[in-house]
Structures are given as C-alpha cells and as structure tokens.
Design a protein around this ligand. Structure first.
Ligand code: DGJ
Length: 345
C-alpha cells in the first residue's frame, strides 16, 4: 500500500511537471494552462505590472470560404478578441474573451459575420486606460477599416467605440507602437495594401492626430511588427499573398515616422524564404533582458484557421543587423545572447 501511494504521488508530480512548459517550440501546438490550444491569432503582447498579456483573434471552429469572393478568402466567424496572461512567457492562462463579438446587432463592426483581425493593446499612462486597435473588415474584406476599443483593466471587458478610415484611407493589417516618450503610433497597410501608413495617435490613443507618413509606396507590405533598440526603429513585414506564406523583410529607421530603409529577409535556416511558413504579427521585448526581443509569427492553416499555430523565435543581433534563425525549441536562457549554430547563414 505504501509503495502504491508513493507511485501515485510520483505520477501526480510528473503529470504536473509535464504540463508546465519550460521552453517554446515554434509551430507546435501550444496549450494554455487549462490544456486547451491557445486561440489568439494575429496577436500582440502587452507587458503591464509584471505580467504579459497576449491578445489575439479568437477564431471560430468552422472554417469556410466567403461566398461569392473570387480569391482564397477563408474565414471563421469572428469570435472577438481573446486574452491570455503569463509571468514566464511559456505558460499562458486563458483570461477569456476580452472584446466580445456583438451577436445581437447584424450591422455591428464586431458581429460574428465580420472580420476582427490583428488586435493590439497599449496602456495610456495619462488616462489609465488600456486601448485596443484592430483591423475591422466585412466578410469579403471590402470595408477595410480600423476599430478601437477601451478598457479600465488589461483583462477587459473592452468597450468597442467605433471604426474609421484613418487619414481618409483604408486600413487593413496593423500594429501599434508606444514610444519611450509616451506617444503612440498606428501602423497599417493602406491604399489597397500598396503602402504602409505610420500615423501618430492623439494623446488619449483613441483617434488619429493627423500626423502620418506613407512608407514603402507600392511595395505591398503587410503584417507589420515594430520594435526600438538603441534608439533605432526596426520593422518586420510580410509580402501580400493572403493566408499563404511569402518572404519577410526588415527595415530600419532613425525616426518612427521614417524614412525607412528596407534591408533584407531576416529569416535564416530551413524555409527562411517562406518565413518558416509563418507571417509576422508582433515583436515582443522581454522584460529585463538586454537585446531580448521575440519575433512572433502566425503559421496560418487557411482551411482550418483555428488550428493556425504560433512561431515565436528570438531575434539575434550582430551590431545593428538582425537575423531570425530557425530553432526547433528554445528557452529564455538563450535570448539576448548570440546563438552559435548551423542556422546563422
Ligand atoms: C493576410 C493578413 O496578414 C491576414 O491577417 C489576413 O487578413 C489574411 N491576409 C486574409 O487573407
């Protein structure tokens, strides 16, 4: 009996430890602390008061092609925006749907029949509000607008305010960037996705200030992700091929509003020319780690969108140049230092 109890205790401890992640495995199924696959696509991460909050698209279970659309327009019902929290970046607790879809009003921007993509959240130190911007679209991607929502808490609920065509132009793939001086920017694919706009938000982050720049004109860059290191701004973008992968590119600027100089594809290793079958969504600065930045990609599964995976990889610096080498598995001990390995180039 004593031996049996010991065995049982061992099994319990082992099962607890096997659920407790201590590494990141790009492209593999990633489960939350309840054991469910994380459903936070096209996402971004906010670090606030010692906790990371991962916001993303909450995909519905059923993927189908939008009726009457002649391109590969796969979609699920818009399930709103989910949030997961973590202290260690490996283990994520589901905090719920923090921006719920409006199931009652078929004309609402956030009705399940619409598209809610690439949500990002920043905190406004002056107003004490958490502000979410997202890509709002119709089922056929013709509306092409930016939506904004606000909350008093990082875990919501967020109140949806409105959508708009900022600076008089359409807006699709997007990210947000909050600079050291507290100014925040909305970066979005515009002019039919041909040109990337960088637009200064108002001080409360709830609108556009009127100051903006047009970047990479006619280059059709989307999926922007931005960070700042040693006073320089870096942006990773994808090409424009729907849900299918293409080659990433990074660019550098001395000022967030530009001019931006395109450099090269930062990806290294197997399938680097296809961004490891991923697409950029966000660059996450790791708190307290010098040069610790995680490149977040989505690995879309267009015919079963809920099963799209996450490819998170550390960014590696050589001087001012950056690379993103493929790794099967890694942990935060590796981050912020130089990797020595076959994927370097
Ligand atoms: C590419 C974008 O980056 C995604 O967010 C999504 O809008 C797909 N296009 C839809 O085809």
């Amino acid at each position: 009996m004593k031996n049996f109890c010991l065995l049982l205790a061992c099994l319990c401890v082992c099962s607890v430890f096997s659920c407790y992640a201590q590494s990141i495995m790009p492209g593999k199924e990633w489960k939350d602390t309840d054991g469910n696959p994380i459903n936070a696509h096209g996402g971004g991460v906010l670090y606030h008061d010692g906790t990371y909050y991962w916001y993303g698209e909450y995909k519905g279970e059923h993927t189908y092609r939008s009726p009457g659309v002649d391109w590969d327009c796969y979609r699920t019902e818009a399930g709103g925006v989910s949030c997961y929290s973590s202290k260690d970046l490996y283990n994520w607790k589901f905090e719920g749907i923090v921006l719920e879809p409006d199931t009652l009003n078929p004309h609402s921007d956030i009705h399940p029949s619409m598209v809610i993509e690439r949500p990002k959240v920043i905190y406004n130190d002056e107003t004490g509000k958490f502000v979410m911007w997202m890509h709002i679209d119709s089922y056929n991607y013709w509306k092409a607008a930016a939506g904004v929502a606000v909350s008093d808490s990082p875990t919501g609920k967020f109140t949806y305010l409105r959508s708009m065509h900022p600076n008089g132009q359409i807006s699709r793939d997007m990210t947000l960037f909050k600079d050291d001086d507290g100014k925040a920017y909305h970066i979005y694919s515009s002019e039919g996705n041909a040109t990337l706009y960088i637009s200064l938000l108002t001080d409360d982050y709830l609108d556009h200030s009127g100051t903006y720049t047009r970047n990479f004109p006619n280059k059709f860059r989307e999926a922007p992700a931005i960070f700042k290191r040693n006073g320089k701004y870096y942006m990773v973008t994808s090409g424009c091929t729907g849900w299918d992968p293409n080659e990433a590119e990074y660019a550098v600027a001395e000022s967030i509003l530009g001019p931006w100089k395109a450099v090269e594809n930062p990806c290294r290793g197997k399938d680097a020319d296809k961004t490891f079958y991923g697409q950029s969504t966000f660059i996450l600065p790791v708190n307290g780690k010098k040069d610790g930045y995680i490149m977040m990609f989505d690995k879309w599964n267009k015919t079963n969108l809920i099963d799209s995976r996450y490819i998170w990889l550390p960014i590696v610096f050589e001087g001012e140049n950056l690379t993103i080498p493929w790794m099967e598995t890694w942990n935060l001990d590796n981050i912020g230092c130089r990797f020595v390995g076959e994927n370097r180039k």
